[in-house]
Design a protein around this ligand. Structure first.
Ligand code: SF4
Length: 462
């Protein structure tokens, strides 16, 4: 089961035990936000959250259907929940294909698709009716979260207008649907007031925010503010600064208008960090993938960004072994990596996801070749990462503490260059480390670097 953050139970005892719901949340941060919304709704209705199969009256499995391996993991999770608890409701990306789930697990109570919060809640009502006590306020204003108290994902839109040939997300989640700016800002403010120190902005395509609603303005702090990537970044940066918190941008594409956000990074309003899923570099493969912004002068743009913001961290993911990828395309990618010198990189072997257009392309790459390219890619990037990390030794940087030091261990934190779960850590040792608390931002001196992690001591106070 996932770790679930549940606020302390109100002191006033309730007469009857409230029904309990467990949740298994699989997949990406966007799916995690869906799980949080479902739990928030259920908690508002009086349900309690169980962190074990035993203690739950019903279990929700929020599935991921992005890759075949993720589909299998989802089916296994449903099987485990059925074996351990017996009452299981399935939702999320795989819920878009109920037949596949029912074929593997006929015993599930209900199957609902992604973002069908109403249907999930209705299925829970049917399985275990609510016992709402209107005199007890069960939900804090920031909702319920599955992340630690000091960071939170902020989802600014659903769906996607792009049609990348390897991806089935638009068919599962629909076209881009942006949230009004005011709604996003109110959620951000509630999170910050509740002690969140890092807002992680997510969506399928963050740089496309507002396109679908024609950048409609809404009232925020007495002004009409447009639902635009730049305006959102500026407002979030200002709000976070009031709370001494960080804002980190994920899933941004290198469109020209992203240039406008760089000054906010140079000023320190938004973290100098961009997560840009490039997926490949060869123009032929990018065209076959139908990637957004694939015709932009990407390398020139990255170099210009770094001139403007020298400590900018660039993170990306890539796919090797896409249909039609030749040795020449692959070597082009490796050469491109040398030029781009990205800081953080993930790599996947192409998987023919059921329903993806790319499966119809010629030139499937065999599995051994994919594995070989993946290993060469990872080693190539490891050396780049090692070089970039070594430059940080001796620097003073800010670190957000994730885990306090315990029993003589180091405290563990992250710098502006490290998003939670996917990037590296900063291990802090030495004098004063025992006093550090999760959620605190401290200044450290980098003493040593590994391929992905840093080791540091607390910097002298000035
Ligand atoms: S940008 Fe492409 S890969 Fe990302 S969700 Fe949209 S279609 Fe899928």
């Amino acid at each position: 089961m996932s770790d679930i953050e549940v606020p302390a139970r109100p002191k006033k005892a309730r007469k009857k035990a409230n029904p309990k719901v467990g949740i298994v949340s699989l997949g990406c941060p966007k799916a995690l936000v869906d799980s949080e919304r479902i739990l928030t709704r259920l908690r508002a209705e009086g349900y309690e959250i169980s962190d074990s199969y035993d203690g739950a009256d019903v279990v929700i499995v929020n599935t991921c259907g992005f890759l075949n391996s993720a589909r299998q993991e989802s089916l296994d999770a449903i099987g485990e929940a059925l074996a351990e608890n017996g009452k299981v409701i399935v939702t999320g990306c795989m819920g878009g294909n109920p037949n596949e789930i029912r074929k593997a697990h006929p015993g599930v109570l209900a199957v609902t698709g992604p973002q069908q919060y109403e249907s999930v809640v209705a299925a829970v009502h049917e399985a275990v009716p609510p016992k709402h006590d209107p005199f007890v306020d069960l939900v804090p204003p920031q909702g319920l979260r599955l992340t630690p108290r000091h960071y939170a994902y902020l989802k600014i839109s659903e769906g996607c207008n792009n049609r990348c040939t390897f991806c089935i997300i638009p068919s599962l989640r629909g076209d881009l649907a942006s949230r009004p700016l005011r709604e996003v800002m109110i959620e951000a403010e509630n999170l910050l007031k509740a002690g969140v120190k890092e807002l992680l902005v997510i969506s399928q395509d963050t740089s496309a925010y507002g396109v679908d609603i024609k950048y409609a303005g809404s009232q925020w702090r007495g002004r009409d503010v447009k639902a635009k990537f730049l305006d959102l970044a500026r407002e979030l940066g200002d709000l976070a600064a009031d709370h001494k918190a960080w804002v980190r941008m994920h899933y941004v594409y290198p469109y020209p208008h992203v240039d406008d956000v760089l000054p906010l990074m140079a000023e320190g309003k938004v973290l100098p960090y961009l997560d840009i899923p490039f997926q490949h570099a060869s123009p032929k493969i990018l065209k076959a993938m139908r990637r957004p912004a694939h015709q932009e002068q990407t390398l020139e743009r990255l170099k210009a960004w770094r001139r403007q913001v020298p400590d900018l961290t660039l993170r990306s993911t890539f796919i090797v072994g896409f249909p039609g990828e030749t040795e020449e395309d692959f070597n082009f990618l490796l050469d491109w990596l040398d030029e781009a010198e990205l800081d953080r990189v993930g790599c996947f072997k192409y998987e023919p996801v059921q329903g993806a257009k790319a499966n119809e392309l010629d030139g499937a790459v065999d599995e051994d070749e994919k594995q070989d390219r993946w290993e060469r890619f990872m080693e190539h990037q490891r050396l780049i990462s090692e070089r970039r990390m070594a430059r940080k030794v001796g620097q003073e940087i800010d670190v957000l503490i994730d885990e306090p030091a315990q029993d003589g261990d180091d405290a563990v934190g992250r710098s502006a260059a490290d998003a939670p779960e996917i990037d590296g850590n900063v291990f802090i040792s030495g004098d004063g480390v025992e006093a550090l608390q999760a959620g605190e931002i401290v200044r450290v001196t980098v003493e040593a670097a590994e391929d992905y992690d840093l080791h540091a001591t607390l910097a002298p106070k000035r």
